[in-house]
Design a protein around this ligand. Sequence first.
Ligand SMILES: Nc1nc2c(ncn2[C@@H]2O[C@H](COP(=O)(O)OP(=O)(O)OP(=O)(O)O)[C@@H](O)[C@H]2O)c(=O)[nH]1
Ligand SMILES: [Mg+2]
Length: 216
Amino acid sequence: HRKTVKKGFTFTLIVAGESGLGKSTLINSLFLTDLYKDRKVPNAEERISRTVAIIKHTIGIEEKGVKLRLTIIDTPGFGDAVNNTESWRHIEDYIDQQFEQYFRDESGLNRRNIQDNRVHCCLYFISPFGHGLRPLDVDCMRALHEKVNIIPVLAKADSLTPAEVCRKKMKIREEIKQFGINIYQFPECDSDEDEDFKTQEQILKWRTRLTPTSCC
Ligand SMILES: Nc1nc2c(ncn2[C@@H]2O[C@H](COP(=O)(O)OP(=O)(O)OP(=O)(O)O)[C@@H](O)[C@H]2O)c(=O)[nH]1
Ligand SMILES: [Mg+2]
């Protein structure tokens, strides 16, 4: 325990989904942009910036003496070309490469300072304008679900009414179940955790459960 805490932890998050759903915006607003420093309002052309390559950002965070190396990977969205089949392949390849690298490092002689770049979690953005999942979403999630923990996200939910959000989430949950996609399920928390933590855990669990009910 002492050794692990001293060494610190790593966590790697990747985002995936159709183009223009707000993947880069979420990453920027979560971690990487100082929102008000030298603020300048971009014009329309500057605003439209499509991600065209896999971009990796790493930051070190320290909380109560515990270090975390957080890596966030932005990926190009799936385009609007006529044929988008397998446009998620670069993400799958990236995830596979990290496994391979780790395997190679573990099989090597110097195993002390292996950098673990395996991807732990994938935030999968789903369009708020369609009716549930698109075939591309289904294909992509099925290609990735055995390799990474998928957390589906209804993108731009602020553009929908609460009733629409609820309907869409129910439809998406039904389809995830129907297509046999495994999404991340929160584990049971320890019984000796404090009450606030347990409540927070319950809320998160409830949000990702697969049984459709009337509330979201
Ligand atoms: N309404 C609304 N608009 C958003 C939200 N997040 C991002 N946007 C807008 O959506 C547009 C596209 O955002 P990006 O973050 O570039 O989308 P992306 O998913 O990274 O797109 P690609 O890089 O092409 O895959 C921008 O004009 C954002 O301002 C959101 O939560 N709600
Ligand atoms: Mg982007």
